[in-house]
Design a protein around this ligand. Structure first.
Ligand code: S3P
Length: 430
């Protein structure tokens, strides 16, 4: 079976923001038409950018950029819904412009830590104030033209923090450097290089260093075709590995950025048969290819801290795969999971426990004892978290179709059409 998944969420969000700040007309095909991109598009419109409606079929969008100084003060608050990427990256972009904006989001986003972006943005010279609860949305950003140079050592590997700082450096016309303990996804760096911003990165003794030199005051428009989202593909690949797709599955034209594909290594270690056919074209900044997975007998594995940034969003899926593996799946060094759309360590532990799976919750991860071939039955609360909903839906499809979840629609945040695809891939094989 050959399938495609919707456009990459991280790249779609960045494409909208970068195209908005560019001078001239960007053309972007394959944008994700999901809850998070809708939120970012809406916020950009409120900031005066003429972002057209994002089509549901991935057809090309033409976006006329307003330039690095072109964002305008919004009339009301900027509601970023569920999107941590949209909120944090836009807070960065606004910081270097003479604009005041109040950022807000849904209950999940209001609960997520924002101190990690507030601190560097203040150090750059923007005024950033949490108005109700320290380090949480709602937050008012009062940007300033001409920020101070910054060298920021981040204790966590976070692409959102790194990107917020880079975008602030870009609009605030200053030099910024971010040092992370491990490399986080590098879509922002790749995209900024394509549009002519002077970004470089290298490994150093203290970690991974990304630098933006003071820019010339403008960036070029984008001409981009967004690849399929590897994080969405992962759910389909897992179905295939578990034998729930009735055979081999190929996910076509999916993004294969090496900072994102750690899940393939884990799948291989667990015994799945994984093949990658690279299709990258010379003129794209992001590697793209087809991934083929065949069913296998899965066994336990261990995921440690250094690997975590490369599969951070796939860890709930690795944990539920653990329930079907022969042996133990141990994930550690992943306390960042507690800062996602839900506390993913707690929600996965609770979900699996409720299904009768033996799980040990760790401060920074979890340990799952698998039993292959068992029917799993029960009800799972997904805490409004799209990836938790999809991970347990995959588990249900592979273990007897007796798992119910409380919120199926939440998968639209990143993967519209997920349930239809699940039915198509695994549906008629009872
Ligand atoms: C994202 C970065 C990651 C990831 C999130 C998307 C991005 O978050 O979990 O789903 O687009 O930059 P962190 O930067 O908080 O690690």
């Amino acid at each position: 079976m050959r399938i495609r998944v919707p456009g990459d969420k991280s790249i779609s969000q960045r494409a909208l923001i970068v195209a908005a700040l560019a001078e001239g007309r960007s053309r972007i095909a394959g944008l994700l038409h999901g809850g998070d991109t809708e939120s970012t598009a809406r916020a950009l419109r409120a900031l005066g950018v003429p972002v057209p409606t994002i089509p549901g079929d991935g057809s090309e969008v033409v976006l006329e950029g307003v330039g690095l100084d072109g964002l305008r003060p919004p009339n009301g608050r900027l509601d970023l819904g569920n999107s941590g990427t949209g909120a944090r990256l836009l807070m960065g972009a606004v910081s270097g412009i003479e604009v005041e904006a109040r950022f807000d989001g849904d209950t999940s986003l209001r609960g997520r830590p924002m101190g990690r972006v507030i601190r560097p943005l203040r150090a750059l010279g923007a005024r950033v104030d949490a108005v109700e609860t320290p380090d949480r949305l709602p937050i008012v950003v009062r940007g300033r033209a001409g920020l101070s140079p910054l060298e920021w050592e981040s204790p966590i590997a976070s692409a959102q923090v790194k990107s917020a700082i880079l975008l602030a450096g870009l609009t605030g016309r200053t030099r910024v450097a971010v040092i992370e303990p491990w490399v986080s996804r590098d879509h922002t760096e790749r995209m900024l290089r394509v549009v002519g911003a002077p970004v470089s990165s290298r490994k150093t003794e203290s970690g991974w260093r990304v630098e933006l030199q003071e820019s010339q005051g403008r960036i070029d428009p984008l001409d981009l075709s967004v690849p399929g989202d590897f994080s969405s593909a992962a759910f389909v690949l897992a179905l295939s590995a578990l034998g729930a797709a009735g055979g081999e599955v190929t996910v076509e034209r999916v993004g294969l950025n090496p900072t994102r594909t750690g899940f393939l290594d884990v799948l291989r270690r667990m015994g799945a048969d994984v093949r990658v056919d690279d299709r990258t074209l010379d003129d794209t900044s992001e590697p793209v290819g087809d991934v083929v997975v065949r069913p296998g007998v899965l066994k336990g594995t261990e995921v440690v801290a250094a690997e975590v940034p490369g599969l951070i969003d796939e860890l709930p899926l690795v944990a539920v795969l653990g329930a079907c593996a022969d042996g133990e799946v141990r994930i550690s060094g992943a306390s960042e999971l507690r800062a996602k759309e839900s506390d993913r360590i707690a929600t996965v532990t609770k979900g699996l426990t409720g299904l009768g799976v033996a799980v040990e919750e760790l401060e920074d991860g979890l340990v799952v004892q698998g039993v292959p071939g068992r029917t799993l039955r029960g009800f799972v609360e997904v805490h409004h978290d799209h990836r938790i909903a999809m991970a347990f839906s995959v588990l249900g499809a592979a273990t007897g179709r007796a798992i119910r979840i409380d919120d199926r629609a939440v998968s639209d945040v990143s993967f519209p059409g997920f349930h239809e695809l699940l039915t198509r891939v695994a549906g008629d094989r009872d």
